[in-house]
Write a protein that binds this ligand. Structure first.
Ligand SMILES: Cc1cc2nc3c(=O)[nH]c(=O)nc-3n(C[C@H](O)[C@H](O)[C@H](O)COP(=O)(O)O)c2cc1C
Length: 215
C-alpha cells in the first residue's frame, strides 16, 4: 500500500516536472526570443513562472517601441494583448518575492530557461550570488540537479564572459547562445527568432515545432 502511494507521488512529481518551468527574461538584447518562448509555453498550458529583471523592462521598451507597464499587476494583460494568447497558467513573481515557489528547492520547477541572458546575470549565476529572484531560481535549479538553459547574447565575448560560460557549463548548465541559423531559409524576423526558440524547445523536450529541422 505504502509503495503504491509512494509511486503515485513520484508519478505526480514527474508529471509536474514536465509541465512546470521557470522562464527568466533579463536585460540582454533579444527579449523577443523570451516572449516568443513564453507565448508557446502558455499555449501549451505549461505552468510558467515568468521573471523579468529590471533591466529587461528597459530593453523591451527600447526594442518594442512600447511602454512596458510600470505596475506589476498590469504586466499580464499587457502581455496577453501583445502575445495574443491567454496567460492564465503563467505566474509573474516579482524580483524580491522570496516566498515564490522558484526560490526553494522543495517546490521550484526542475527546469529553467534564462532567455535572453545578460552577461550580468550570467556572472551572478556563475558565482552563486542569488541577489535577486532570477539568480536565486537559477541557483536552486543547479543545486537540485535540474535543467538550466542559458541563452546568452553579447558580442564580442570577453575572456570574463567566456570563462563564466565555461564555469556554468562545467556546473551542468546548457549554454545555448542566441545565434540564429539560416539553413531553414528564414523569410521574416519571426522565422529567424524561431530558429533559436526551436533549439530551446528541443532542450526542454517539448514536442512543438516552429522551425524546420536540420536535414
Ligand atoms: C537596449 C539595451 C541593450 C542591451 N543589450 C545587452 C546585451 O545584448 N547583452 C548584455 O549582456 N547586456 C546588455 N545590456 C546591458 C544590461 O541590460 C545591463 O548589464 C543590466 O545590468 C543587466 O541586468 P540584468 O542581468 O539584471 O537584466 C543592454 C542594455 C540595454 C539598455
Amino acid at each position: 500500500m505504502k509503495r503504491w502511494i509512494e509511486s503515485d507521488i513520484s508519478d505526480k512529481r514527474q508529471e509536474q516536472d514536465r509541465t512546470m518551468i521557470t522562464l527568466a527574461i533579463t536585460g540582454a538584447s533579444g527579449s523577443q526570443y523570451g516572449l516568443r518562448l513564453l507565448q508557446l509555453l502558455a499555449r501549451e498550458k505549461m505552468t510558467v513562472y515568468c521573471l523579468f529583471s529590471t533591466a529587461s523592462k528597459v530593453v523591451m521598451e527600447t526594442e518594442f517601441d512600447a511602454t512596458f507597464p510600470k505596475t506589476d499587476s498590469s504586466i499580464p494583460s499587457f502581455l496577453e494583448k501583445r502575445l495574443d494568447c491567454s496567460l492564465d497558467t503563467v505566474r509573474f513573481p516579482t524580483e524580491n518575492d522570496w516566498f515564490s515557489a522558484v526560490a526553494s528547492g522543495s517546490s521550484a520547477p526542475k527546469q529553467m530557461v534564462v532567455c535572453p541572458c545578460s552577461m550580468g546575470t550570467l556572472s551572478a549565476i556563475a558565482c552563486g550570488a542569488s541577489n535577486n529572484l532570477i539568480e536565486r531560481a537559477a541557483d536552486v535549479v543547479l543545486k537540485e540537479n535540474g535543467k538550466l538553459i542559458l541563452v546568452p547574447r553579447e558580442t564580442p565575448l570577453s575572456t570574463i564572459h567566456l570563462s563564466n560560460m565555461l564555469t556554468l557549463s562545467q556546473y551542468g548548465a546548457t549554454i545555448l547562445p542566441a545565434m540564429p541559423s539560416f539553413y531553414s531559409n528564414p523569410k521574416t524576423i519571426d522565422d529567424l527568432l524561431d530558429t533559436v526558440v526551436q533549439r530551446i524547445l528541443d532542450h526542454i523536450v517539448l514536442p512543438i515545432r516552429v522551425s524546420r529541422p536540420w536535414g
